[in-house]
Design a protein around this ligand. Sequence first.
Ligand code: BYC
Ligand code: FE
Ligand code: FE
Length: 474
Amino acid sequence: MDINYSERIPNNVDLASDRTLQRALEHWQPEFLKWWKDLGPSDFQADDVYLRTATSVDAKGWATYGFVRMPEYRWGIFLADRDPDRRIGFGDHFGKPVWQQVPGEHRSTLRRLIVTQGDTEPASVEQQRLLGHTAPSVYDLRNLFQVNVEEGRHLWAMVYLLHAYFGRDGREEAEDLLARHSGDTNNPRILTTFNEPISDWLSFYMFTYFTDRDGKFQLKSLAESSFDPLSRTCQFMLTEEAHHMFVGDTGIARVTKRTLEVMKELRTEDPDAIRLAGAIDLPTLQKYLNFWFTASLDLFGVETSSNAASYFAGGVKGRPDEWKFEDHLAVDQTFTLETPSESGGVKAEEIPMRNAMNEVTRTEYVKDCEIGVARWNRLIQKQGYDFRLTLPSTRFHRKIGVWAGIATNVEGRVISRSECDAKQGEWLPTQSDRAYIASLMQGVTEPGKIAAWIAPPDRGVNNQPVDYEYVRLH
Ligand code: BYC
Ligand code: FE
Ligand code: FE
C-alpha cells in the first residue's frame, strides 16, 4: 500500500477514509508535540539531525535517510502487510481466523497490554532526555536521537490502536500516556525499570542492549496476538528495534575496546590506573551490566502468572516465535520453576505451563542476552586477558517475582542479608562508581572526534564516513 504524503500523519492504514479517526489523531498530535518539546530531548530541537524515517514498510522505504529537525520528524503509522489467511497460532482458539476487531471479552485485557507497551516508549525518551549534552561523539548523538524519535513512533503505533479500536476509553488512555512521566512521584510510568534515570552513556548503552531487548521479546509475543492490527504493528516495530539493540551492543563493545587499549598501553589491569587514564575499568562495566540486566528481567512479570495463562488461553499474547514450539495448546504441560525454599535454599516446583509463560519468555531473553556477552568477551580474550563479563543469575537483585527481595550472590546462591549488604559495592554500581562515570560525561561535538573512554565506531551510518557531520549544530 502506498503512503499518502499529503496527509499530516504519514500512514499505510488509509487514514483518509476515516474522518473521525483522523480528527481524533490530529487532535492528539499537538499534545504529542507539546510533550516532545517539554520532555523529549533537552535542547537540540533546532538542529538538523541525520535521521532515518519510515516511509513505507517494504525493504526500500522503511529506512529513508536525511537531515530533519526533530520536532519536524514525520512520525507515522505503519503496519506490516496483512496476511488474509492468518490463523490464531496458540491457545484455546487455535486454528480459527484472527480478529480484525477487538472481541468484547478481551477488550480490557488488550487495552491494558497496549497501554503498558505504549507507556514504555515515551518513558524511555523521558529517561534519556538529558543525554544529548554529554554525547561522546556526534555519531552517538545522532544514534540517541534516532532511538528517541523511533520510540516516539512506537508511542504513535499504540495510540493508533487505542484510537482506532477502543473508542472513548482508548482516547482517554492515549491522553494518559502523555500525562504519566518517568520517575514522577504522583504519576509514574507503569513498569518499574522505566522510572530509573538514565543519566550517563554507559547506562544508555546498557539500557539499549538489555531493556530494548525486553522490548524485542515483548513485541515478538504481541506479534503472535490474534488481534491482527496489534500483531502487524508489532511486526513492523521489531525492524526498528534491531537498531536500538545495535546501539547498545556496539556501544558496550566500543567501551570494552577502549579499556583494553588502555590496559595494553599501561600494562596493567589495576582499575585505579585505568581510571586515572580516563577509561572505564572492566569490573565497573560488569556492575553496570548487573544492574541493567536484572532490572530488565523484572520487566517480564511474575513467574507464576494467572494473567499470562489467560492471555495465552485467550489467544491475546503468545510466546516469542510461537512457531518454534511444538505444542501450541500447552494444556497438559508443566514447567519446572526454581523458587526459594523455606530452608534458605532453592527448591524445584512444577507449575502449569500456561502460568509459566512469563518465565518462558524470560528464558528466551536470557539466551539472547548471552550473545553480546560472548562477543565482548572475545575482544577481551583476543587481547590475552582472563577477565570475563558474565550475566548474573536471574535470582540476583530482583524486585519482581519469587526472588524479589531475597538476598543472593551474583551466582544466585541464597546468602544472609548482612553478607549481601556488605557485597553490594562489589556487585552493583556504588555512589563513587557513578560519580566517576559521571565525571567522564563531557559532550564532544566536533565531527570525527571521540571521548577518551570509548573507541570510535567501526563504520558510520548508512555508508557515511565515521567523521560525517551527523548533527548540524546551530
Ligand atoms: N513493574 O501477572 P504479572 C519496550 C505487576 S519494553 C511494575 O506478571 P502482567 C521498550 C503487574 O502489573 C516492553 N509492576 O503481570 C524498551 C501485575 O499487577 P496486577 C514493554 C509489575 O501484567 C526500551 C502483577 O505485578 N512491553 O518496549 O501479566 C525502550 C502481577 O504480575 C511488573 C510490555 O511489557 C513490573 N516490572 O505481566 C522503549 C508488554 N511486573 O494485575 C520501549 C505488555 C509485574 O496484579 N505488558 N507487575 O495489578 C505485558 O505483557 C505485561 O504487563 C507484563 C507483566 C509482562 C509486563
Ligand atoms: Fe520501542
Ligand atoms: Fe527500542
